[in-house]
Write a protein of this length. Structure first.
Length: 134
C-alpha cells in the first residue's frame, strides 16, 4: 500500500496520526508521503518510483470544511494528481473533514468522515483494516 496525505492546511498532525495508526493496524509494508495541490509532475514521478510495487494507492484527504465540491479547477487538479500517482492501480480515498468533497474525487472506494479528530481517524482505520462492525 502506498499512502498519500493530501493536505489543504498547514497542520500535518492529523495526517501523521492517520498514517502512524494505520500502519500499526494493518501490519504490512506501507510507504507514506504528504502532498498538496502544488506538487509538480516531477515530484509525483519521484514518489512514484519509490512505490512502484504498491498494489493499492491510498489517498487521505484532509480538506478544509469550506472546500466546495463544485470547484472544478480544484477537482481537476486533485484528480490529475491521483491519476498520475495511481497509474491504473486501485485508489482508496479517505476524506476527512468534508465528506461532500468526495463528489469531486475519482476513486474506486471511499471512506468518509466529518472531521479529522482522533475518533474520526480511528473509525476510518477500523473500517480500512476490516475490523469494523457492519
Amino acid at each position: 500500500i502506498a499512502g498519500f496525505a493530501f493536505m489543504q492546511g498547514e497542520d500535518v498532525n492529523p495526517g501523521a496520526l492517520f498514517f502512524k495508526y494505520f500502519a500499526q493496524a494493518i501490519e504490512c509494508d506501507c510507504d507514506f508521503a504528504f502532498v498538496d495541490e502544488n506538487i509538480s509532475n516531477d515530484e509525483i514521478d519521484t514518489f512514484k518510483s519509490s512505490v512502484r510495487t504498491a498494489e493499492i494507492m491510498l489517498f487521505a484527504f484532509f480538506l478544509n470544511r469550506n472546500t466546495r465540491s463544485d470547484n472544478e479547477e480544484f477537482a481537476h487538479r486533485i484528480n490529475s494528481i491521483v491519476a498520475r500517482f495511481a497509474d491504473n492501480r486501485p485508489v482508496v480515498a479517505v476524506v476527512f473533514g468534508n465528506p461532500n468533497a468526495a463528489e469531486m474525487i475519482r476513486a474506486n472506494e471511499f471512506v468518509l468522515t466529518f472531521s479529522d479528530s482522533l475518533p474520526s481517524i480511528a473509525a476510518a482505520i477500523v473500517k480500512l483494516s476490516g475490523r469494523g462492525i457492519e
